[in-house]
Design a protein around this ligand. Structure first.
Ligand SMILES: NC(=O)c1ccc[n+]([C@@H]2O[C@H](COP(=O)([O-])OP(=O)(O)OC[C@H]3O[C@@H](n4cnc5c(N)ncnc54)[C@H](O)[C@@H]3O)[C@@H](O)[C@H]2O)c1
Length: 383
């Protein structure tokens, strides 16, 4: 794809009135600056991006020590947005398989363009690499970075097969590098407040997710990319594990898993995954993707445990009831935890990687069930 085709493709999504209306609607959710950067990420207009992201940061002294691999929409409009706002002109180098994407990202964030991944590894100035390429490439890139002694931030998922997961675990166990992971929901204000109110005992968690409608040829659908279970549902599988593991009591040893499929053409598009633990927890995750949601992905979460009841409405509003006490929160901008997740390397609190290894094992087990259109199975946690 050349630059012209790329821009034409992007502008189709942001054409005329509907494009402007979309920016307006996104501004109401994310604030004007972030909405503009999301639009610039589609249009790829270069230098102006850095001034929209943070007008003064590029006048600050440069401290370029972060490189990015995969320079698509998420890197452009989300991770780099928060990194540059926090750290200023910090992006050292960038690499994407698509040369136009590398080039437009490099212009936007004043980064060195690499034509091969190895060029990123060879840079003395790079200390930390953010990986947000296609899902199947996350593990091999992360392993190469760790072997070079670099710290690495891996966007979700961290692996799309059990072999990849074991490879990553082993390499990590042999190294001093740090791994950070892009499962962001646990970093949202709503989930942090929920955890502060939780106690012990069985919990019920239901998440209803309206996901993007993906074209038949979207790269998430490539058989090697781990289905939408690795691509999307992994977020809520990870959230469920995170909440269950937040309890002080001994975690469960096994889950009964049930799946209902609503789409005979794409089994991973419209489905409900339900699991119950041998300690009495009940989790229901429903993903629907029949039409493209104009405001992007949208989710509702209902939680109950002992005297605690919570309803989280798309991370824009939450209601907590603890016994008779009722607390209502509104979040502007919408807070799905991206900022805190992306800034983990610079914060005191990071996710426990062992918990993410557990949630990834469960996600891969469910992925295998969906590949075989299985309705029922038992998952046993490794001791
Ligand atoms: N945490 C979140 O909420 C969240 C949200 C959206 C996307 N993501 C993740 O971010 C990553 C990127 O998603 P996106 O929405 O930016 O997709 P995208 O399609 O916009 O970008 C992916 C980019 O990766 C490049 N690429 C593909 N294979 C590559 C390879 N082997 N090496 C280098 N570059 C390669 C593509 O050319 C493309 O530019 C994915 O892992 C996705 O799951 C996370």
């Amino acid at each position: 794809m050349n630059r012209k085709q790329f821009n034409e493709g992007a502008s189709l999504q942001y054409n005329k009135k509907s494009g402007l209306y979309k920016i307006y609607r996104f501004a109401l959710i994310y604030g004007m600056r972030r909405a503009l950067v999301k639009a610039l990420g589609r249009l790829r207009v270069g230098k102006i991006t850095r001034f929209v992201v943070s007008p003064l940061s590029f006048l600050r002294k440069k401290n370029k020590f972060i490189s990015v691999v995969g320079c698509g929409q998420f890197t452009y409009s989300t991770s780099s947005f928060f990194l540059v706002q926090k750290l200023g002109n910090c992006i050292d180098a960038c690499f994407d398989l698509n040369a136009d994407v590398t080039n437009t990202y490099a212009k936007a964030y004043d980064a060195i363009e690499c034509v091969k991944f190895d060029e990123v590894l060879e840079r003395d100035s790079t200390k930390l690499v953010y990986i947000a390429s296609n899902h199947a490439s996350h593990t091999p890139y992360a392993i190469d970075c760790i072997k070079k002694g670099l710290d690495v931030y891996i966007e979700k998922p961290i692996a799309v097969t059990f072999e990849q997961l074991e490879g990553l675990r082993y390499t990590y166990s042999q190294s001093k590098s740090k791994i950070y992971v892009g499962y962001n929901r646990p970093f949202s204000k709503a989930i942090i407040e929920l955890k502060s109110k939780m106690g012990d005992g069985p919990l019920t968690l239901t998440c209803s997710i309206i996901g993007h409608k993906l074209d038949a040829d979207h790269w998430y659908r490539e058989p090697t990319e781990g289905t939408r279970i690795c691509g999307n549902l992994g977020h809520w599988i990870d959230l469920a594990i995170h909440l269950i593991w937040s309890k002080k009591e001994t975690p469960p040893t096994a889950l009964d898993i049930f799946i209902a499929y609503g789409d005979k053409n794409n089994f991973d598009d419209n489905l409900s995954v339900c699991f119950s633990s041998d300690t009495g927890d009940l989790i229901v995750l429903t993903m629907t993707a029949r039409e493209e949601p104009f405001e992007g992905i949208s989710e509702s979460i209902v939680f109950q445990q002992n005297g605690v009841f919570a309803k989280i409405d798309d991370f824009k509003r939450a209601e907590f009831q603890v016994g008779p006490k009722k607390i209502i929160r509104k979040y502007f901008p919408k807070d799905v935890g991206h900022e805190e997740a992306i800034l983990q390397p610079f914060r005191k609190k990071q996710r426990d990687l062992n918990e993410i290894f557990v949630s990834t094992e469960l996600m891969l087990h469910i992925t295998d069930m969906v590949r075989e259109t299985k309705h029922q199975s038992v998952f046993k946690f490794k001791g």
